[in-house]
Design a protein around this ligand. Sequence first.
Ligand code: PMP
Length: 363
Amino acid sequence: MTITIGQRAGLDTIPPYRQGAAPKAVDGLAPFKLSSNENPYPPLPSVVTAVARAASGIHLYPSMSADALAAAVADRWGITAGNIAFGAGSVEVASQIIHAVTNPGDQVMFAWRSFEAYPILATVAGAEPQPVPLTPDGGHDLKAMAAAVTARTRVIFLCNPNNPTGAVLTAAAVEHFLGTVPPDVLVVIDEAYLHFNDHPETAVGVELFRKHSNVVVLHTFSKAYGLAGLRLGYAIGTPELVAGLRKVAIPFAVTALAQEAGLASLQAERELQDRIDVLINERQRVHSGLLEAGLPVRPSGANFLWLDTGVHTEDLAGLFEENAVSVRVFPGEGIRISVGTAEANDRVLAIASQAARLLPRHH
Ligand code: PMP
């Protein structure tokens, strides 16, 4: 007899998180994965050495306080170790925030479309997602978000730059927004792509955190630092919030390998900056090329570009697939293309030159 284990109510309504697809194999073409906003560079030798050294200790549990890493992160941002809560990627820290702050039925607001984990994490935690549509140019509609706050709204995510549209929130816009939301609503500034954001007027999470006690900032080692596979991210918040995040965190989720790799990456930041500069230049090169090809590409402050292809999305997606490039496709909405190596980006531009014929001319 098969016994069916009951599931909690509503579980079947939670969509599974979709990982960026692998590229399709095409004869004669090197494949490129541009679907997960990963860093295309391999880890730095100093980081590999640190991880290899830490490997000899993996029969032991990691330090839950991660003191050495916390001290380095605190030093990097001019804060204290008591302002930092780590997690297995910033996605786990986002989950900690929702678990620590919301009661069942409370609301978690975010722009939509944005990072696809927000509604999933909110629902899993027993909260109610409160998506607020982006403006037509792919930015946060802060006015609509402020107006949508209810007595049950406990947490608001601001994704800067926004994944997947690349839009940047200005400091002035976020300051104004913070002046309009109730001071007991927690505003999370998710800065996963911070290092690629060269917008002169951008909001800067740490500066907002210093001025507003209801601001918490999310950073990750997955993107600019190139440690997506090791899972390391953190929140910068008040000591009170951080103490709560540590309570709801999964014990020992941040491995010693991740801690050592994070430390080595902070020590190698100058070397990593050279790579970041190359990726920013490549983003500009691809952006110009896509525009010249007549494609509806948005300005981006991140390591990816958004094509606002609407109803033509699937046609265009097929072209990428045929050319051994995987991208993130949002049917009926658009396509997100991560910035890769120069060779991968050249392929994207070659695809773009064929793609324009599939679309009405972009103005
Ligand atoms: N926030 C945003 C906006 C992201 O795009 C991502 C990664 N896709 C994350 C958080 C989570 O990254 P990680 O868990 O690897 O730190």
